[in-house]
Design a protein around this ligand. Sequence first.
Ligand SMILES: Cc1cc2nc3c(=O)[nH]c(=O)nc-3n(C[C@H](O)[C@H](O)[C@H](O)COP(=O)(O)OP(=O)(O)OC[C@H]3O[C@@H](n4cnc5c(N)ncnc54)[C@H](O)[C@@H]3O)c2cc1C
Length: 486
Amino acid sequence: MATLAQKLDIPGDFSMAERLYRPSPRRGWEGRLRDLEAQIRVDVEMLRYPVDPLPYNPREGMLEVAVIGAGQTGKAVAFGLERFGLHSVKVFDRNPAGLQGPWRNYARNHLLRTRKSETGGLHWGFPNLHFQRWCDLKFGEDYFRSIKKIPRLVWAEYLDWFGDVLKLPIEYNVNVSDIVWRPDLECFELETSKGITRAQFVVLCTGIESAGLQRFPQLVRENLPSQAYSHTMGDIPIDRLADRDVVVIGGGASAFDTANAALEAGARSVDLLIRRESLPPVHRVCLASRWHGYHRHYIELSDEMKWAYSLADLDLGVPPPRDTYYEAIRDNRFDIYGSAGIESIRYENGKIIGRYGGAEMRHDFMICGTGSRNSLADQRELQSVLPSVRLWKDGYIPNGHATHHELENSPYLGSALQFTPLHDRDHFVSRIYYLCSGVAHLSGFRCNLSGLQYAAERVCHDISRTLFIENEEEIKAAFDRHSGWE
Ligand SMILES: Cc1cc2nc3c(=O)[nH]c(=O)nc-3n(C[C@H](O)[C@H](O)[C@H](O)COP(=O)(O)OP(=O)(O)OC[C@H]3O[C@@H](n4cnc5c(N)ncnc54)[C@H](O)[C@@H]3O)c2cc1C
């Protein structure tokens, strides 16, 4: 086991004040946003070509598309479907308005991890819907120019505004617990906490952890009482960490965010332990996100190449954002140790006594930043359709040796991020689009802002295309009936 943090590493441009700065709305912002909202209504109408939806009768008592999840992904897709002229779309979220996704829940990052230029394409080409325009009018133009990354809660506020200004058809506090295909009706029945809803297509936008169970090292589960440890995605009694010795297991972004939160709460010491010798030097996907075409076309890569990228990514690991790392190591109460896997652990007189990489350490509380065990089989609402869904292991295993259990069991998505059928008779699953991560990773969607705009476009395009083809007789009849001068 070796100490890794070098306090001298901190560069001159690191500023905690900048990380913690939250802008105040500039005087007159309410009026400016009202004007912006009026302008957005004009813009959306101006670019509404074609105006009319396709001339077929929507099926009665049934949505065309049910979107599950009203986070940034669900909202982007819902607006996209409107732009594609869909008749009836609804978005369901089990949480109350404002509490979708991690942002006001378990996330502890001060700032988004991605750069401010990455805003997921939620604007669908309308500059007035862009984060920057909203931000300029609310906080002043100098603010957006001054930042490198968007504060997490400012982003959450923008997402609320985005849904409101577009009057997206969202129903909050509605949990979807099952999705069943009704061959007799040719539609899905969604079992929700408010009853049954029927839909022709389903877009799952249920978030990064929807197919994941919090992963804990087995030794921790077996040897520590539940009050002695928690997960970065769980409830952590941060306020009770003052004057305590805290150990964080794992070296990803959330592990560092939580270490920083513990330091801020007044922990006596925070030791962060990683199994690897050292932190990964770069986040390659983050760098590749800057290349035009990488996220846009990734999904078209061969199976072999997708595996090669995914395995390389897993091999290399993902470091925390640079400034999150500096925030931790600048504090004398913080230490980071490499080659520090858990060898044994016990709990005695309120202390966690662990042997990590050959050395014994004592702590009061443990935080596991050990990610999640992603498995489609754990995603409750998919239980009925899952037996019909083709997984990677059903069709392709990388040639020869290198493989990965979690990736093998992830869904083999089509080029519009739709499920693909295990057997011909299961064709209906290709009407379900899967924009969630952990498990969509291998097929090409990482559930972050960098790839969202391309994924949302593919989904909307595919649904619109399928409806056109499925209703071709009715549409052709309408075409034939069309007469007279205009
Ligand atoms: C701590 C943290 C920081 C991150 N930082 C960044 C970053 O800086 N940049 C970046 O690009 N990405 C980041 N990500 C990744 C990603 O952008 C976020 O996870 C983001 O919230 C994903 O948006 P989403 O809409 O896909 O899912 P979410 O925001 O998670 O929304 C999913 C919604 O689905 C709802 N839902 C789930 N299941 C059901 C169901 N069965 N019925 C009804 N509703 C359901 C949930 O209530 C939730 O509101 C971060 C992730 C985390 C966890």
